[in-house]
Design a protein around this ligand. Structure first.
Ligand code: NDP
Ligand code: BG6
Length: 516
């Protein structure tokens, strides 16, 4: 998380943090400019960065997609969606107006060489007219099937290489990065024929979340936690990524992905790596990513037998969520009525290293669970001896430390305390830290943070090639077993915490899932 050495601190804008540094001059090229991700995430992030004065005058945006639009149509469309998304206010409008003039649009198919010829012309014009200094950040907000075509198009036009030592050419690649290990390796081959690894920014928006980054702050900025962050004190770890939403309008996409590819291979593995990793020597891209890879390498690769006993896959059926009756997965639009795609996964993993030997990690994720919550919980060992009478211990659990990633971002420590009164009785209580209450600073959206990092050349919160490969190695055996139909698809009613089989997974070890 190095700062950008090319820019000075902004002491004028009240919204800017004194530590914030504006991006260098550049063109942000969005492949997929007419799509959902651009509307919902990328453009609002760009608007926020502009309003916070974190984009320099020499900044431009070029959209590329098939939909026919003029530059003005594109500007108008982007303005409308930013306003619809709650952007705006007189100051924001003023900033936007001065900035949207540098938006350009190239209509064309990625299969057509003329699209890239036109793109190159536009980039050269912007360098001359807007002072974008031949710096380019390409963003692949397109279906993954088009990634190789776009990358080859950029390579063939010489756009994947920087034009001089002082200029940069970088590429941000959206998830999913491949659909299994083999396809990820194949995509890496295509990427590396065009770009060097240090030009590649594989995005996982979970790494842009403040609370995911706070796992590092909690662990490595405090003397208290690291000494107990190991097998001697921790009994087991639970990682939960629960969503109350279903598959929304993305049924056909989800049919190909499922919870394992959509959430476990990327978001869960990243959060897990940050929880398990050793302290990095340096707080920079390679320092942190080296340790994350080492942690993922220690995660056991399950064989076919263990997939049967340590993994549960399931699908939601009709039920009630948030007071509303919702359809079962097989009745969702775009979903095969006989689909076996999982909307829920629970698994038990072993971590084969010195720190975590014998500490199971239980992971679960699912759609249509009772609420949206992402958390990491470290459950500590019980005390070796309780010097109290049984009657004195009223509802005492082992201590736990819960990192709440979303919502109600914060940290909660649960421990035993004396119940006030003449008698000596003990009960578990919580000590809670809430981000929102402790800090007045505004929390940037994950995409805002990650776009600024990519523009500034900081790859710390992006995923390196070996990390993606390792994460696929962990999930590949599950995909294979499921393809062979070795593991049945369990069912859970929408609005419940998952199938009975997931509870049994922990009960077999004498443990149970937390109720977040
Ligand atoms: P959409 O289907 O909404 O948009 C796809 C975009 O790609 C459109 O602008 C489309 O242009 C363009 N496109 C597709 N094929 C071509 C082609 N052959 N030539 C030119 N343009 C083409 O997808 P999303 O925005 O939902 O997703 C984009 C990427 O982001 C995917 O990789 C997805 O996995 C990833 N992602 C999306 C998330 C989301 O919430 N949407 C979340 C996380 C990741 P046109 O319509 O004009 O033809
Ligand atoms: C995306 C998945 O990567 O993450 C979606 O494709 C999921 O299916 C989303 O809903 C969850 O992100 P967040 O930030 O809402 O937890």
């Amino acid at each position: 998380m190095s700062s950008n050495p090319t820019a000075a601190a902004d002491d004028v804008n009240p919204l800017a943090d004194p530590e914030d540094r504006p991006a260098p001059p550049a063109v942000f090229v969005i492949f997929g400019a007419s799509g959902d991700l651009t509307s919902r995430k990328l453009m609002p992030a760009i608007e926020r960065l502009a309003v916070r004065r974190l984009l320099p005058p020499g900044f431009a945006v070029v959209g590329v997609a098939r939909t026919e639009m003029t530059d003005d149509d594109f500007r108008e469309r982007m303005r409308e969606l930013v306003e619809k998304g709650g952007g705006g206010g007189p100051e924001a409008r003023h900033v936007w107006d001065s900035f949207v003039g540098a938006f350009r649009y190239v209509a064309g198919d990625y299969d057509d060489a003329a699209t890239f010829d036109r793109l190159k012309e536009v980039l050269d014009e912007l360098d001359r007219e807007r002072g974008t200094a031949e710096n380019r950040l390409f963003y692949l907000a397109t279906p993954p099937s088009t990634f190789p075509t776009v990358i080859n198009g950029l390579k063939d036009r010489g756009l994947s290489r920087s034009s001089s030592e002082n200029a940069f050419s970088r590429i941000v690649i959206e998830k999913p990065y491949g659909h299994d290990l083999q396809s990820a390796l194949e995509l890496d081959r295509v990427v590396h024929e065009a770009f060097d690894e240090n030009q590649v920014y594989r995005i996982d928006h979970y790494l842009g979340k403040e609370t995911v980054q706070n796992v590092l702050a909690l662990r490595f900025a405090n003397a208290t936690y690291e000494p107990i962050w190991n097998r001697r004190y921790v009994d087991h770890i639970q990682v939960t990524v629960a969503e109350s939403l279903g598959v929304e309008h993305r049924g056909s996409f989800y049919e190909q992905a499922g919870a394992l590819r959509d959430i476990v291979q990327n978001h869960v593995m990243q959060v897990l790596a940050m929880t398990l990793m050793e302290p990095p020597v340096t707080f920079d891209a390679d320092g942190i990513r080296d340790e994350k890879v080492k942690a993922l390498k220690a995660v056991e690769i399950l064989d076919a037998e263990k997939v049967k006993t340590q993994v549960v896959r399931a699908q939601y059926t009709r039920g009630w969520v948030g007071g509303e009756e919702v359809a079962g997965y097989r009745d969702e639009e775009g979903v095969d009525p006989h689909s076996t795609t999982e909307t829920y996964v629970a698994m038990k993993l072993k971590v084969d290293n010195w720190r975590w030997a014998g500490v199971p990690v239980y992971v679960r994720t699912g759609k249509r669970l009772p609420k949206r919550v992402t958390e990491v919980a470290l459950q500590f060992h019980k005390v070796p001896h309780l010097p109290f009478h049984l009657k004195q211990v009223e509802d005492l659990e082992a201590d736990s430390l819960v990192l709440r990633i979303q919502p109600d971002e914060g940290i909660s420590f649960r421990f035993g305390a004396k119940i006030p009164g003449q008698a000596f009785r003990i009960r578990s209580v919580s000590m809670d830290f809430f981000y929102g209450a402790a800090f007045l600073e505004e929390t940037p959206d994950a995409y805002e943070r990650l776009l600024l990092d990519a523009l500034s050349g900081d790859a710390t919160l992006f995923i390196r090639s070996d990390e993606v490969q390792r994460a696929w190695r962990i999930v590949d055996p599950l995909l294979q077993a499921w393809e062979n139909d070795d593991v049945p698809v369990a069912k859970y009613e929408a609005g419940t915490w998952g199938p009975r089989e997931a509870d049994e997974l922990l009960e077999a070890d004498g443990r149970r899932w937390r109720r977040p």
